[in-house]
Ligand binder design. Structure first.
Ligand code: MCN
Ligand code: CUM
Length: 805
């Protein structure tokens, strides 16, 4: 493989850089059972923690009796709020500016809430002892409906009684958390008043749960000799966890090392801080031994970060030809017992103000009211990009509802309202600047790919056949064009607990021309070790296979805000490119020195610097790396490494066109996805195969959410769906085939033009599936029906429309 004999194309291919479908390097260990997850960590003298949880959704805790539990051999301690209170750790701050009980302090507010923490020699003893902790409860009235909660005399958060100001402004009622308003209310109401047509609808996006295959857990290990705490855990934001642990425990931050080992799926579930982390740290400090805590499936579904639960009342105004003139939305957000949403500080409803979607809507208004109920806390999770899932579902349903009102084709209604390619950068009525897009091209490509007109003709025939009694199956065509907003974010508007949301990358080139890069993000399955090495490969001309990538150890990685909101590519990906460019700049000086020409007389060519006009005179990056360690230019520091902390100037706005074709049996309510076409535009594509995998996974989660998955409560506040028997998690059996496609509209402000993609398929997928169900029944009079569209609910739609004779 002599460098002289290879063509430039061969040299590019050897790098396996950007644009190549490089195989995932992580999979070597994952497919051989060699992953290293939290529960794989074993340490000498390690103890195990288990929670006693409340069976009631709302109750006073009259007493907790630990005696029977402590009597079991092998039980080391039983912690309650009383034990944590002297340390000030019985409550903890949430990411949303609220506070949350670590262990029940006088009362419980949701079923599954942590009441006591048992520490024992092994998991089995801890579980047995948890059963023996006697808790005396006095039941209180339960509020599971946020609209009821806002009217009820029952005070859920007694600790906040009388507080009329919350973290996000005035509170209107004792169960009210915040009101968040965006846009121009008066102007929007004026537009609604004058419009030819106004469609109005309540769009509910039900409560669900990210349900990663690996549940949440940690191992806390306090070394009393060195004073150093090591905390292993399923953390999507290890540095932020280190800072939070330092702030709430009082331990110096340099004495805390947080390590996220391999993570078996996060999906937003592993962003927040949980009682289990605090209790494990306290238990390890108290006992001087490592303490492990790992949730079981029921605990995960009942008590850790839920997703959605947004009631969105909408009004959309248009001219009689279908040009949208205004959008109005009032959302009632059910946050459960504590506001533990993981949003950037200034955005209590996340980026829901992207709810004007892909459309040029001149006037808009959004208000969100957060409400306490007797449900689990959490909020932002599950491939959501900070409530963009809700926003996209809302606007994509409102478009369909408007199309019905106008008696128009929904594809055409979208087309005439899209923001046009020449309008970018586009200023939205609710305050965002969309960086780039070409929606018409994507839309036309999608409609053509599925033969949209042919499908509509087939559907018309099907309706006739149905009415003639020849078939009992309807055909639905679900359309969606979504606009995402990912890459939080500019530090000037986005912080979490005061930590600006930049991200980072540090690259060190070894003398022999291989490298290690460390980032402030952490992969949970997204394949960062594969893709970020590809960015570096293309930027500095060393093969991706020679670049190790490391994330998740706060003692070695530069500070970063972690992986969620599809921010890794837009923010850490940009930092990676910038750090690589610093290395290349130094390499250029070294090359010029070695070639005995001026710095400006060499030019970059794939993997080398060559003398301008004399390409046969060059130094490869590999040669330059060696030289950096032994032939440094006089006066220049030896070595070849760089770090970049990147504060993005704007977020990125990926988009996509999704179309779902679904058959529905009106007698059984069964559905069958015949075709699913997903066109994504995430700007420059780093690894097409990984993008396809992200889309497959995200659309499958969207299928789950739209078609059956939910966290449902009964009127007593019991969780009805806390096992995988009741909580729909699709397997290969339910998962349809997907066709993926793309267009490429680079982000103008990102160093390599890349936008995020991880959350797009969920943002676009849910409305595509839901719109398909609605579209099938549209000719028979259905306007709006709440998700999830399980067989029973679909059967009820058919029944309600008189289809069962
Ligand atoms: N990528 C690419 N080209 C682009 C954009 C992205 O090749 N233009 C690649 C990236 O390099 C990365 C992957 O696609 O390997 C996802 O990148 P990005 O969109 O930046 O998202 P993040 O890496 O920040 O991942 C977060 C996102 C979120 S928020 C959720 S939730 C989710 C998702 O990723 N959780 C996941 N996908 C997941 N996939 C798996 N397997 N497991 C999870 O927990
Ligand atoms: Cu909101 S789920 Mo992802 O951002 O980890």
């Amino acid at each position: 493989m002599n460098d002289q004999t290879l063509t430039p194309e061969e040299r590019v291919a050897n790098l396996k850089g950007m644009g190549s479908s490089r195989k995932r390097v992580e999979d070597v260990r994952f497919t051989q059972g060699k992953g290293n997850y939290v529960d794989d960590i074993k340490m000498d003298g390690m103890l195990f923690g288990a929670f006693v949880r409340s069976p009631y959704a709302h109750a006073r805790v009259v007493s907790v009796n630990k005696e029977a539990a402590l009597a079991i051999p092998g039980v080391v301690a039983v912690l309650t709020a009383e034990d944590l209170a002297p340390l000030g750790l019985h409550w903890m701050p949430t990411l949303a500016g609220d506070k949350q009980m670590v262990l029940a302090d006088g009362k419980v507010l949701f079923q599954g809430q942590e009441v006591a923490y048992v520490v024992a020699e092994n998991r089995y003893i801890a579980a047995d002892a948890a059963e023996l902790v006697e808790v005396d409860y006095e039941e209180l009235p339960v509020l599971t409906d946020p609209f009821e909660a806002l009217k009820s005399d029952v005070v859920l958060r007694e600790d906040l009684a009388g507080q009329t100001e919350g973290a996000h402004g005035p509170r209107k009622h004792h169960n009210h958390i915040f009101t968040w308003e965006q846009g121009d209310k008066d102007a929007t109401e004026a537009v609604l008043g004058e419009a030819d047509v106004v469609a109005e609808e309540m769009v509910y996006y039900h409560r669900t749960h990210p349900c990663p295959l690996e549940t949440c857990g940690c191992v806390a290990s306090m070394d009393k000799v060195t004073g150093k705490l090591t905390l292993y855990g399923t953390f999507q934001a290890p540095h932020a966890i280190r800072t939070v642990v330092s702030l709430i425990s009082g331990l110096a931050e340099h004495n805390i090392r947080v390590i996220s080992p391999d993570i078996g799926g996060g999906f937003g579930n592993k962003v927040g801080a949980y009682a289990g982390y605090v209790c494990s740290v306290v238990a390890s400090i108290v006992t001087g031994q490592p303490v492990k805590w790992v949730e079981n499936r029921m605990e995960n579904l009942m008590s850790t970060a839920f997703a959605r639960d947004y009631w969105m009342q909408g009004k959309i105004a248009a001219t009689k030809d279908g040009k949208i003139t205004g959008l109005w939305c009032h959302t009632t957000a059910d946050h459960g017992g504590f506001d533990a949403c993981a949003d950037p500080t200034k955005f209590p409803a996340g980026f829901m103000n992207i709810c004007t979607g892909s459309y040029d809507i001149p006037t808009a208004y959004l208000a969100v009211d957060g409400v306490y109920t007797n449900k689990a806390p959490g909020g932002v999770a599950y491939r959501c990009s900070f409530r963009v899932t809700e926003a996209a579902y809302f606007i994509e349903r409102m478009i369909e509802v408007l199309a019905i009102k106008l008696n128009m084709d929904a594809a055409e209604l979208r087309r005439i309202n899209f923001i046009k390619a020449d309008q970018f950068p586009y200023q939205s009525a609710l305050g965002w600047e969309y960086d780039s897009g070409d929606y018409h091209t994507a839309w036309d490509k999608a409609l053509k790919a599925v033969d949209y007109e042919g499908l509509r003709a087939e559907q018309a025939q099907r309706i006739e056949d149905f009415k003639a009694g020849k078939t009992r199956k309807l055909l639905g065509i679900g359309l969606t064009h979504f606009t995402e907003i990912v890459g939080a974010g500019p530090v000037k508007n986005c912080d979490i607990l005061g930590l600006g949301m930049f991200d980072s990358c540090e690259i060190r080139i070894h003398p022999t021309g291989s490298a290690i890069a460390r980032l402030g993000t952490i992969s949970q399955g997204q394949g960062h070790a594969t893709t970020f090495a590809q960015i570096i490969a293309s930027e500095i001309g060393l093969p991706a296979d020679d670049i190790t990538l490391e994330e998740g150890d706060t003692d070695t990685a530069p500070y970063g805000l972690g992986t969620y909101g599809s921010r890794s590519t837009p923010v850490a990906g940009a930092a990676t490119a910038m750090a690589a460019r610093k290395i290349r700049a130094k390499a250029q000086m070294i090359a010029a020195y070695l070639l005995e020409v001026h710095d400006n007389d060499v030019e970059w060519d794939v993997d080398r610097f060559a003398v301008k006009g004399a390409p046969e005179r060059f130094k490869t990056m590999k040669e330059i790396a060696f030289a950096a360690y032994n032939q440094a230019i006089p006066g220049l520091e030896p070595g070849l490494e760089a770090v970049s902390y990147y504060d993005p100037p704007n977020m990125t706005y990926p988009f996509g066109a999704y179309i779902c074709v679904m058959e529905i049996d009106v007698d059984t309510g069964e559905w069958d996805v015949r075709q699913f076409y997903a066109l994504d535009d995430c700007g420059t594509r780093i690894n097409p195969m990984i993008i396809e995998g992200q889309v497959h996974g995200g659309v499958t989660e969207a299928l789950a959410i739209a078609m059956g998955q939910e966290i449902a409560y009964d009127e007593m506040g019991n969780v009805k769906t806390a096992t995988l028997m009741d909580f729909f998690l699709p397997t290969a059996w339910e998962t349809p085939n997907y066709t993926t496609d793309h267009t490429v509209t680079p982000s103008p402000h990102h160093p390599i033009g890349a936008k995020g993609v991880g959350e797009s398929p969920n943002v676009g997928g849910v409305p595509a599936f839901s719109n398909a169900v609605h579209d099938a029944f549209r000719p028979f009079g259905l306007v709006q029906s709440h998700m999830p569209h399980d067989h029973w609910r679909i059967w009820k739609i058919a029944n309600g429309l008189g289809m069962h004779g």
